[in-house]
Design a protein around this ligand. Structure first.
Ligand SMILES: C[S@@+](CC[C@H](N)C(=O)[O-])C[C@H]1O[C@@H](n2cnc3c(N)ncnc32)[C@H](O)[C@@H]1O
Length: 418
């Protein structure tokens, strides 16, 4: 064997091409590169770690080997829809912020590998590590139709004027200004674009443009991935200083067809999810009154061949937006496990994180419905994330520069240094 060679066999294609790309990028022979990897691994003492382009990897439990590792932060993390989707395309979560104690409990039980920071307003900039993708499904209540009409009826401010939650978009801008992540990946309700006659969206665009990000946005209906109509705006921004003015980003083509509820419903469910005669009567009466007034409100009765309406964070109240037809009995609510699947937190994604029987539900039913109804569908994050990774790949090929997307120096950036 020539001295500069090494025999590598039985390596999956994906890993093989990663090795080829990396050795080329580091301008090493395959042997030199593999020996270097082994040397690094033996010194760091961390086993089973995904190969990484980065110098400092702090989290102990990355799960996915990818062709293009990158680091992300999970803001307003909820139960980690971004966490799942971005991990599946090679991301490593290096920071999480979520202030709700119950969501923290779920997040910890599902991923549990690092501290969850609370109120993002209380986090010091120096405690947010360097990252390539800032992911944030920032609170949507100030902008959602239901949230706005509730706030109006209570005489409360909404949108950016909502003091408690409306300013959180600006917090994202502060972090982007300080940390300059190459990519911002944001999610919110569809109504964000039309809120306040379009002014809210104009402000958002202007702020992101001011920060020199190129903005892509699209309303995506989750119904291509899960049996639920759930239209959300996805906003992906690329730092113009890194990617130039025309990064070749394209939103993913949705997979063909629509799954139906048959894919997420259990055949045998606890009778406690069946509506009482009293509640069922009340809901029918309520719907009848609204129909007479010409309003569309009312329950949504569905079966295995259907696609559900949007699951809301208020589902625990009476379940009326998605009721499952039952033969010879009153309809029933979704169980929390079915709600999990309806949002894409199914058994397959759970296995990715080492949970063999689905993501454990460690909170009350009420909290579980609230958490799922607030969440982002991980499969959409994954699909969009894949497209972001394509742009990373394009950038690295184009520039031939160092390992970090942003071409940061190879000296490790110590945690906490800002
Ligand atoms: C729309 S949900 C995002 C859900 C998340 N994308 C997921 O996949 O579950 C917004 C989240 O932001 C959290 N939140 C609101 N204000 C916050 C703050 N100041 N600091 C940290 N988290 C906050 C809420 O508790 C809620 O879980």
């Amino acid at each position: 064997m020539p001295p500069n060679n090494i025999l590598i066999r039985d390596v999956p294609d994906g890993l093989r091409s990663w090795l080829d790309e990396e050795k080329h990028r580091r301008r090493l022979s395959l042997k030199e590169f593999v020996l270097q990897l082994l040397d690094e691994a033996s010194k760091s003492g961390i086993e089973g770690r995904a190969p990484s382009l980065f110098n400092v990897i702090e989290a102990p439990r990355p799960t996915i080997v990818s062709l293009m590792p990158f680091r992300f932060i999970d803001l307003f993390a909820g139960i980690g829809g971004f966490r799942i989707g971005l991990t599946k395309v090679g991301g490593q979560c290096v920071f999480t912020s979520e202030w709700d104690a119950n969501s923290q409990k779920t997040y910890q039980a599902w991923y549990g590998d690092h501290e969850i920071h609370g109120d993002i307003n209380a986090v010091k900039m120096k405690d947010i590590p360097e990252h390539d993708v800032l992911a944030a499904g920032f609170p949507c209540q100030p902008f959602s139709i239901a949230g706005v009409s509730k706030k109006n009826s209570l005489g409360q401010a909404h949108g950016f004027k909502c003091e408690r939650q409306g300013n959180l978009f600006f917090k994202i801008c502060d972090i982007a200004r300080a940390k300059r992540p190459p990519v911002l990946f944001l999610e919110n309700v569809k109504n964000l674009k039309s809120h306040d006659g379009g002014k809210t969206w104009l402000v958002i665009q202007a702020e992101l443009e001011k920060l020199r990000y190129k903005i892509f946005s699209r309303v995506i209906d989750a119904a291509h991935w899960v049996p639920q109509h759930r239209e959300r705006i996805i906003i992906v921004c690329f730092d113009r200083e890194v990617f130039g003015d025309s990064p070749p980003f394209e939103f993913p083509e949705p997979p063909p067809g629509h799954p139906t509820l048959a894919t997420i419903l259990d055949l045998d469910t606890d009778p406690k999810y069946t509506l009482t005669d009293h509640l069922w009567k009340y809901l029918q009466e309520y719907a009848r009154r609204h129909r007479e007034k010409g309003n569309g409100f009312g329950f949504g009765l569905v079966g295995p061949d259907d696609i559900a309406r949007t699951l809301s964070a208020r589902y625990y109240k009476d379940g009326s937006e998605i009721l499952i037809r039952q033969n010879g009995r009153n309809p029933r609510r979704l169980t929390p496990r079915e709600a999990a699947r309806l949002m894409g937190y199914g058994e397959k994604n759970a296995r990715t994180f080492g949970h063999q029987n689905g993501f454990p539900i460690v909170v009350s039913d009420t909290q579980a419905y609230r958490q799922f109804g607030n969440s982002v569908v991980p499969d959409i994050v994954e699909a969009v994330g894949r497209q972001i990774v394509e742009v990373f790949r394009w950038h690295i090929n184009r520039t031939g520069t160092g390992c970090l997307v942003k071409g940061r120096p190879s000296t490790p950036v110590a945690r906490g240094a800002a």
